[in-house]
Design a protein around this ligand. Sequence first.
Ligand code: DHB
Ligand code: FE
Length: 261
Amino acid sequence: KSTPKTRRVLGSLIQHIHDFTRENHITVDEWMWGVNFINRIGQMSDEKRNEGILVSDVIGLEALVDTITHASDAKGHTSSAIIGPFYRDNSPVYPNGASIIQKEVGGEKTLVSGKVTDTKGQPLKGAKIEVWHCAPNGLYEQQDPEQPEYNLRGTFYADDEGNYSFVGLRPTAYPIPYDGPAGDLLQLMDRHPMRPGHIHWRVSHPEFHTLITQIYDSECKYAKDDSVFAVKEDIIVNFNPVEDNSPLKAKGIQNTLDYDI
Ligand code: DHB
Ligand code: FE
């Protein structure tokens, strides 16, 4: 409904669009290109593809609103990051230590473990930890007919000491979908579509703010050159190779990641 805020924000938006249009001498043909562009964003989108998020991400808008939204968060918290276009709720609940790999898709198995605490360091028993990442072919489960539903996604609950663990894959760099308007923008700016290898997290608890974040592999070259500008220094992590004589190696686990939240 119309409120002082809607009137003020829309007035500002229209003012900026008019200023942009005047400054850049936008013609009728160019305006029509823009209209078609916006229409294509809608036409390409469905429950499996969110082209609106992709377009806003390649121009850094989701990273910007994430930064603005979390500018005043409490000290000592894990940094947030963008949710991106591929979150799904109701992923399967697994016991701690279980694998989210329902079907072998290649890649290096990794044991991820850590502790969820509040900002004072008190364990957060019962915190809900949702994780998701893509397969080494660069596709999330819902984009890929070869993967079973909810492959590489899972929900875990922190135990009495706040500890959680799961087995997933060491994430690999991959291109965001670039066969639509978001890809056209990248090409027009002579930019690549790559995102650094990352795992997504959503950590929630009834008494606390929800944390949406990602981790990035320090050894991935795109950690310094993300097409959607979502990397923050303190959520770049080190994966540790498993020693040859470790019992983990016998289980096919090649890396560990210690990650406290
Ligand atoms: C984007 C984010 C992701 O995490 C991803 O896997 C693909 C695209 C994005 O910001 O557009
Ligand atoms: Fe992602």
